[in-house]
Write a protein that binds this ligand. Sequence first.
Ligand code: NAP
Length: 254
Amino acid sequence: MDRSVSPFDLTGRRAVVTGANTGLGQAIAVALGAAGADVVGVGRSAMDETADLVRATGAAFSAVAADLSSVEPIARVVAEAGEGGRIDILVNNAGIIRRADAIDFTEKDWDDVMNVNLKSSFFLTQQVAKGMLADGKGGKVINIASLLSFQGGIRIPSYTASKSGLAGLTRLLACEWAGRGINVNAIAPGYFVTNNTQALREDEARNAAILSRIPAGKWGDPSDLGGAAVFLASKAADYVHGIVLPVDGGWLAR
Ligand code: NAP
């Protein structure tokens, strides 16, 4: 089939994915590569496994080393990631979670989570958007939100605040930039098998409670998420702005 006629074809686009070394970020990087994009992974850990998986799709992969717990590396990240071309797609995926009862929650667990999940995502987006706006060609921004963008959760106050904030920012940025060619949207993954959810899966009671509420009857596999990212990164989503797309096995439908 001639892929170039597909509205999902990403050939010739450069996609930057934060936290691409593992989990959902890795799966998104692979899916974007399989759809034709050149992929740049940004993160603090080695990207060798992701590099192999993305290159196996036939796509180019490069890595930019950066710790996104502060905004300090952002200008460098964007300069290095965009070297030799523009950034067409940004996926803000890097994120952390800290668990403790709200009554005991520490300022450090608040700040650490907010810094990676919300503050760095915003300022990275701002820096990338400058390039997207400067040449008038626009682009796609995809934030990785959460079911905690819609629900309260328990024992994860900074995570819920950050992901609810990210959903709000997705809408704000869509309103500011929709008329200038940038699509800002989010994906809300349900419960996926990654490092982020290891503690939940190891807690027998919580694991059973979660599974019993998922209509699909199983945890998500990271590969279940890639297609949503390809859609939002592609021409098929040119008129889609400010949505938070659940990919959750039906959780929110309950
Ligand atoms: P994960 O396996 O823990 O991956 C998190 C990624 O973020 C890793 O690549 C991690 O790098 C990176 N990261 C964390 N802190 C960073 C920092 N300071 N600088 C640079 N990179 C950093 O978890 P995941 O489930 O794939 O999570 C990916 C995203 O999906 C997160 O935003 C998470 O909140 C969201 N999410 C996950 C689920 C789920 O069920 N798994 C559900 C809803 C939303 P290291 O490997 O170096 O730590």
